[in-house]
Design a protein around this ligand. Structure first.
Ligand code: DAH
Length: 340
C-alpha cells in the first residue's frame, strides 16, 4: 500500500503542476481527496486490513492526504498570483492613451492678448488694476464728464440694470475708481470685459474687451501720451508697424485723438478690408484728461494733468493675428483655437 500511495502522490503532483486554472485544480482535489477520490478510497479499505496494520495504514493515508493537500494549496497560490499579475497587466491604465479625447486646453487668444498687453505696460512701470463689470452711472458717465444727452447713455446703446447701475460700456469708469482712491501720482492699466447693445457682425460684438490706461501726475503731457503709445505699438506689433493719429472727440479728454495702425490685410497698400486706405480700423481712443474729470475726483486740475486711452483688446488681437472677423474670437471653433 505504501508503494501504491507513493505512486499516487507522484501522479497527483505531476497532474497538479500541469494545471493553470483554479477550476481544473479543484477537479484534481476531488479526484484524489474527494468523497470518491483515489486517496479517500484507501481509507475505506482500512476496515479490510488486519487490526495490527490499521493504525499504521491510517497514519500513512492521512499523511498522504495532507501531502497532496499541501501540494494543491501551493499550486493554488501560484495560480492565483499568476492570474492577478495577468489581470493587472491587462487592466493597467495607460495615462498617455486616449490623448485624442482629453486634450489639454490653453488660454484663449483674448486672454493671451490681455496678458501680453499687461506685461508690456508693467514693463513700462504701470500698475495693473482690476475692476467690476457692473458699475454706476456716476462712474461710467457722470464723473467722466459725459453730457446727459450723450448717445452712449441711451437704453438702445447700453445695458442698464436699474437707473443707477449698468454693465459698463467701456473700461474708462476705472479711471474714476482709481482717482477716487486719492493716491497720486497714478500710472495704471485695467483690462476687462465691456458690454454694448450692438448687433453682431464682423467687427462688432455685444461683449468685447478693452484695456484702459491712466496717468495723472504734475507734468503729464501729450508728448508723454505719444511716447507711451509709440512704445506700446512697437512692443506689440514690432518696429515696422506704422501708426497714425486722428483728432477726435471724447467728453472725458481734451484734446482727444484716435490711433490706427497699418492695415494687417494688405500691409498698407490698400485693399477691400481697409476700404483702400491702408489703415486698420481704429485701435484706441485717448487724450489729455479733461480738467472737469480730475476735479470730479477731487484732484486739483491746476496742479495735476493726466493722459488716458482705452484700446480694444479684440481689435489688437485681430490686427496681430490677421483676423477678419471678431466672431472667430468667441465662437469656440477648435480649428481656430488650436492655432494659438
Ligand atoms: N472709452 C472710450 C471708448 O470706449 C475710449 C477712450 C477714449 C478711453 C479716450 C480713454 C480716452 O481713456 O481717454 O470708446
Amino acid at each position: 500500500m505504501k508503494e501504491e500511495l507513493k505512486a499516487l502522490v507522484e501522479e497527483a503532483t505531476k497532474a497538479i503542476e500541469e494545471k493553470t486554472d483554479l477550476k481544473s485544480l479543484e477537479e484534481l482535489r476531488v479526484k484524489y481527496l474527494g468523497k470518491k477520490g483515489k486517496i479517500t478510497a484507501f481509507k475505506k479499505n482500512i476496515s479490510k486490513l488486519p487490526n495490527e496494520e490499521k493504525p499504521m495504514a491510517g497514519k500513512l493515508i492521512n499523511e498522504t492526504s495532507r501531502e497532496v493537500e499541501k501540494i494543491l494549496e501551493k499550486r493554488k497560490e501560484i495560480i492565483k498570483k499568476e492570474l492577478l499579475e495577468k489581470k493587472i497587466k491587462e487592466e493597467k491604465i495607460d495615462v498617455t492613451a486616449n490623448f485624442d479625447i482629453y486634450e489639454t486646453g490653453h488660454f484663449s487668444v483674448i486672454n493671451q492678448t490681455m496678458a501680453e498687453l499687461e506685461e508690456i505696460f508693467q514693463n513700462m512701470g504701470f500698475d495693473v488694476v482690476e475692476g467690476p463689470e457692473i458699475d454706476t452711472v456716476k462712474n461710467v458717465f457722470d464723473d467722466l464728464n459725459s453730457p446727459k444727452n450723450h448717445p452712449s447713455r441711451s437704453l438702445s446703446d447700453t445695458f442698464y440694470i436699474d437707473e443707477d447701475t449698468l454693465l459698463r460700456p467701456h473700461t474708462s469708469s476705472m479711471q474714476i475708481r482709481v482717482m477716487n482712491e486719492g493716491k497720486l501720482p497714478i500710472k495704471m492699466v485695467s483690462a476687462g470685459r465691456v458690454f454694448r447693445n450692438d448687433e453682431v457682425d464682423a467687427t462688432h460684438s455685444p461683449m468685447f474687451h478693452q484695456l484702459e490706461c491712466l496717468v495723472v501726475d504734475e507734468n503729464a503731457s501729450l508728448a508723454n501720451l505719444k511716447s507711451t503709445l509709440e512704445t506700446f505699438i512697437k512692443e506689440m506689433f514690432g518696429n515696422d508697424m506704422k501708426m497714425r493719429y486722428r483728432p477726435h472727440h471724447f467728453p472725458f479728454t481734451e484734446p482727444s485723438l484716435e490711433v490706427d495702425v497699418t492695415c494687417p490685410s494688405c500691409g498698407g497698400k490698400g485693399c477691400p478690408a481697409c476700404s483702400n486706405t491702408g489703415w486698420s480700423m481704429e485701435l484706441l481712443g485717448g487724450g489729455m484728461v479733461h480738467p472737469n474729470v480730475l476735479e470730479n475726483c477731487g484732484i486739483d486740475s491746476e496742479k495735476y494733468t493726466g493722459f488716458a486711452f482705452g484700446l480694444g483688446v479684440d481689435r489688437i488681437a485681430m490686427v496681430k493675428y490677421g483676423l477678419d472677423d471678431i466672431r472667430l474670437l468667441f465662437d469656440n471653433d477648435k480649428r481656430f483655437i488650436k492655432q494659438f
